[in-house]
Design a protein around this ligand. Sequence first.
Ligand SMILES: [Zn+2]
Length: 339
Amino acid sequence: MYGAHDVRVEDVPDARIIEPTDALVRVTRACICGSDLWPYNSMPAAPIGNRMGHEFVGIVEDIGADVRSVRKGDLVVAPFLWSDGTCEFCQQGLHSSCLHGGRWGGTELDGGQGEALRIPQADGTLVRLPVGPDHALMPSLLTLSDVMGTGHHAARCARVRPGVIAAVVGDGAVGLCGVIAARRLGADQIILLGRHPDRIRLARQFGATDVVSERGDAAIERVRALTGGLGAHSVLECVGHGEAVRTALNIARAGGAVGRVGVPQEATTPDVQKTFFANVTIAGGPAPVRAYMHELMPDILEGRLEPGRVLDRVTTIDGVPDGYRAMNDREAIKVMIKF
Ligand SMILES: [Zn+2]
């Protein structure tokens, strides 16, 4: 990405192993992320492009001398951040705060929307998939790299448990995965706040029981009306815009919890006093999806979860610039790249 609305497909130097803890992965499937649309709309023009992509599945082509957990030929999924798996935070399951981890892409590292990557900290990062690279479940397994794990994190931080009323703010891929996660954790009623008919349809199939398409105060009123005037026990904030955050905080009931996974686009949190006096817990952040892969994978392999249905368009590497456009124009929920 060279700037807003400027995505190019170019050759870069081949990915290669540098450290003994590295692996070399050839990508078989990748995605464009909703978060890639922030720079797509706002990045200042730059002389050197940023390599993009942080969600991918691929085959291990080579490993460094110290790598133990994967072998050449393994099919692996990578989380949207790399991590060592051994530091204080990784041991607590908070791989997104790894002391020796980092982000894919940029000007220095390889990105997932490319043919191959050098994988730092391969043992702490990659997770083997027990299927072949063209398996029918591949779209769903690919969502373990970000959106399914992120939706699950929102649900966990919002303390979804059997019997609760959950509300999901946002009908993007993460919000839809939040619906899946809320149902999986036992929510009785799941209220989706969203406006796009195709996404609402999918959300209902995933388990949403109510849909609120109003905005602002009207949305807050509507959720209150659907919850006996009390609000939701668990609110999953999956957008990050000021209005979405404000809505999320105002639809949580007293003693409830808001799980935030939308990257906040504003410096301050609205209505802090109201949430203070209502004892509303505000939790969340970047999802440690690496910690959730082993928990969620069996449900996908055994057909109980189908998050791959959010990937409603497939393209090749040459179609990536148009894939960004299609997601930005809301023509596609989420685009998968098949190599
Ligand atoms: Zn770590």
